[in-house]
Design a protein around this ligand. Structure first.
Ligand SMILES: [Zn+2]
Length: 294
């Protein structure tokens, strides 16, 4: 098989696998269903040399959401989603409250619970936030959930995915040539190109690997602020981190520590912020326990 044919086959297989998962993830997030095979139809490539330069530009919001959607699909393909509509709705309610107090309140946010006992919290570009059942199990109240979601919303608000997205677009360009720029232009509703899947997959890889120490620190800082602005006691994020630090020896927690680096510095910073803060906030322990079925 020629290299070109092999490449085409790989693209088709990846696209088919992701399209299958996309439907499931789309249902969970309440995203309009993204069609499978019909969605693979690409528009006629435009002979536009400017496409080559698109990879180096920052994206506008619709493009970011489109990429985020395929990243969410790729994340959903790696984890099972926790199919508890009431709990997911509750997480979304808390998340949207915090997001409304964030620096990007106008973005539409989607929240999903991952079905794994390992603590995990992830953010895809464009407003997609995941939290694992394992992470929820560590928490004692809504303020803690608000803090952790605030941190993830922080990654989105501060656009920490931008560099990864640019890298992936450059890679796609190198693989497929200039016309591929078309794949990044949001098409008619539901358009989902194989190229998009590959880019989404690459960014998902980055999302799962986690962010740098400085990005973690920056997200902590705004996460604390968002939770506080939303009316919560912002100590929750620090409490979550120290609960995990106490379980460092667990394999699942060790993995979390490696993808969310700098735990000791992060804890110190949270303590400092907490000490500088005056005023109180809500904890909502009872409502959290009820939502968790405890
Ligand atoms: Zn983070």
């Amino acid at each position: 098989m020629s290299r070109r044919a092999l490449l085409a086959l790989v693209v088709l297989l990846v696209a088919a696998a992701i399209a299958l998962e996309t439907t499931q993830v789309a249902a969970q997030f309440g995203i309009p269903r993204i069609p499978g095979i019909p969605g693979f139809g690409r528009s006629e490539p435009q002979e536009n040399p400017m496409d080559m330069f698109r990879a180096f530009e920052d994206m506008d919001e619709p493009q970011e959401v489109e990429v985020g959607r395929s990243v969410a699909a790729a994340v959903g393909a790696r984890y099972k989603l926790f199919r508890d509509a009431a709990l997911t709705k509750y997480v979304a309610m808390v998340g949207n409250t915090v997001a409304a107090a964030s620096d990007r309140p106008d973005l539409r946010y989607y929240f999903a619970v991952l079905d794994t006992p390992e603590p995990e919290a992830l953010a895809a570009p464009g407003g997609f936030v995941f939290i694992s059942k394992g992470a929820l199990d560590v928490m004692r109240d809504e303020a803690t959930l608000a803090g952790v979601l605030g941190h993830e919303i922080g990654h989105i608000a501060l656009k920490h995915h931008n560099e990864t997205i640019k890298d992936q677009r450059k890679k796609a360009l190198a693989m497929f040539g200039v016309n591929i720029g078309l794949g990044f232009v949001p098409g008619p509703a539901g358009m989902f190109t194989p190229v998009m899947s590959l880019v989404g997959d690459g960014i998902a890889e980055g999302v799962l690997k986690g962010f740098s120490r400085s990005e973690e620190m920056a997200s902590d800082k705004v996460g604390f602020q968002y939770a506080a602005r939303a009316g919560y006691d912002p100590a929750g994020l620090g409490e979550f981190l120290s609960a995990l630090a106490a379980k460092k020896a667990d394999a699942g927690v060790a993995k979390f520590m490696s993808t969310h680096p700098g735990i000791d510095d992060r804890l110190q910073e949270q303590t400092k912020m907490q000490q500088a803060r005056t005023g109180s906030g809500k904890r909502e322990a009872e409502r959290f326990a009820k939502a968790m079925g405890r």
